[in-house]
Design a binder for this molecule. Structure first.
Ligand SMILES: Nc1nc2c(c(=O)[nH]1)N[C@H]1C(S)=C(S)[C@@H](COP(=O)(O)O)O[C@H]1N2
Ligand SMILES: [Mo]
Length: 426
């Protein structure tokens, strides 16, 4: 069958193969780009998985919720170090953006293979090429859905989390397969000395290779291999420069030009990014004003407190980050009542779970659950103030949750009610 494929070359197959003439293409360039991706892509995958765990699958609030047999080992997300989630989500999103040019350059370096005839010469090769299809499709799919999510552009008709999650597994399987098959060839190509140091005029083609990466009929070089790497690295550095500002506090935040929500609204004490404003969340000024009461519940008991009663309790200040899984993060000084003090007040000295509800009635953000470590941490707060002033309406006035290393999405704003559950037998 493979021979038959060879004999029945579609018309023009040779012309197409010869149309790729850059002498820069070859095992060396492909291997350098491959090596960079082999080190960095697993980081994106692992941090993505950690973000899912941080969301709290144990409390049934990680998306997608039901993952069947693909459920990885899950642990209770810790509160220390306080910057843990800031680091994992920041690496996931920033690397995902910054690697785009490297992925494109890698695809460019192997582009002629897409048109190679016959498509495969053996069953093993057919399988290898199928895994390649999943690899390329997987990375493009993950990158595009991830970038659209950061921009809140849900142009696709499916659930982002579900698609991004299963896409990641397809991609992981393909990456492991491809990496295992290609590793020896990559190492061999990288060991061959010198290819990267050649100036343009001497950037001749590499010798013909079994993978047919080098052009069959190379044209004259217009750039060196070093030039291609510099262009790719430069593009990646530019994307990094336009992205990292969203994770930095201070004037450099203004450099985060690519990001829609990483920006700083003003220079005041409440001048740090707002994910969703009070108006957008449908919070009525009356319900968040004088009439507001916090309801605490535990084991059938209820305690209602107004804001002055909360302010009369022991106040604690902690400098903690808000880190949104869509990329941005910021560290601020929050002041309020310890969650564990509120639990004690309602008679749940050893809470195992806290369920927090917002004044917001609809949407994903209206409630969140915290694990035992998150409720009991001495820096876990129901914050009333930030940077020495009352919270602004957009940052969750009258009160919001802030807990070390907790994903931003669970730092519920405009809190209305907290229910503490004690572990059975506690
Ligand atoms: N009630 C409510 N709480 C919320 C949100 C929301 O939309 N509604 N957004 C969440 C998300 S996704 C993030 S990242 C943080 C952002 O907090 P900030 O807007 O004060 O910076 O608040 C979280 N708490
Ligand atoms: Mo968020």
């Amino acid at each position: 069958m493979w021979r038959a494929l060879d004999r029945h070359r579609p018309p023009g197959a040779d012309a197409v193969a010869d149309a790729w003439r850059s002498p820069v293409r070859g095992p060396w360039l492909t291997s350098v780009l491959g090596a960079v991706l082999l080190v960095t892509l697993p980081l994106v995958l692992v941090t993505g998985l950690l973000d899912w765990i941080a969301y709290g699958p144990g409390l049934d609030q990680a998306f997608p919720r039901a993952v069947g047999w693909l459920r990885p080992p899950v642990f209770d997300w810790p509160t220390r170090p306080a910057w843990l989630f800031r680091l994992t989500q920041g690496l996931h999103v920033t690397l995902g953006v910054v690697l785009v040019p490297v992925v494109l350059a890698k695809l460019w370096s192997v582009l002629p293979k897409l048109f190679a005839w016959p498509p495969a010469r053996s069953v093993a090769q057919a399988l290898e090429r199928l895994s390649l299809l999943l690899l390329v499709g997987g990375i493009l799919f993950e990158t595009v859905t991830g970038l659209l999510n950061v921009q809140y552009a849900y142009l696709f008709g499916f659930d982002f989390y579900t698609a991004h999650w299963y896409g990641a597994w397809v991609f992981t399987a393909a990456l492991v397969t491809h990496g295992t098959i290609m590793l020896p060839r990559m190492v061999a190509a990288l060991r061959r000395p010198g290819s990267g140091r050649t100036p343009v005029e001497r950037s001749g083609p590499e010798p013909a290779d079994p993978d047919a990466l080098a052009a069959r009929r190379p044209g004259p070089a217009t750039t060196s291999r070093r030039g291609v790497l510099a262009l790719t690295g430069g593009a990646a550095a530019l994307l990094a420069a336009l992205t990292v500002g969203q994770s930095l506090d201070g004037p450099l935040r203004r450099t985060a030009l690519l990001l829609p929500r990483g920006r700083q609204p003003d220079d005041g004490p409440n001048g740090f990014p707002v994910n969703r404003t009070a108006a957008a969340a449908g919070i009525q000024p009356e319900e968040a004003g004088e009439a507001w009461r916090l309801t605490l519940r535990a084991g059938g008991r209820t305690v209602d407190l107004d804001r002055s009663a909360l302010l009369a309790m022991a106040q604690h200040t902690a400098r903690l980050p808000i880190a949104c899984v869509e990329g941005w993060s910021t560290s601020q000084a929050w002041t309020g009542v310890r969650l564990r003090d509120l639990a004690t007040l309602v008679g749940a000295a050893e809470p195992a779970v806290a369920r927090v509800a917002s004044l917001e009635r609809t949407g994903l953000f209206r409630r969140a659950a915290l694990n035992a470590g998150q409720v009991r941490d001495p820096d876990a707060l129901l914050a009333l103030r930030v940077n020495g002033v009352d919270l602004s309406p957009d940052h969750g006035f009258p009160a919001r949750v802030i807990v070390p290393a907790l994903p931003g999405v669970h730092c519920t704003k405009w809190v209305r009610e907290i229910t503490f559950e004690e572990a059975d037998g506690d």
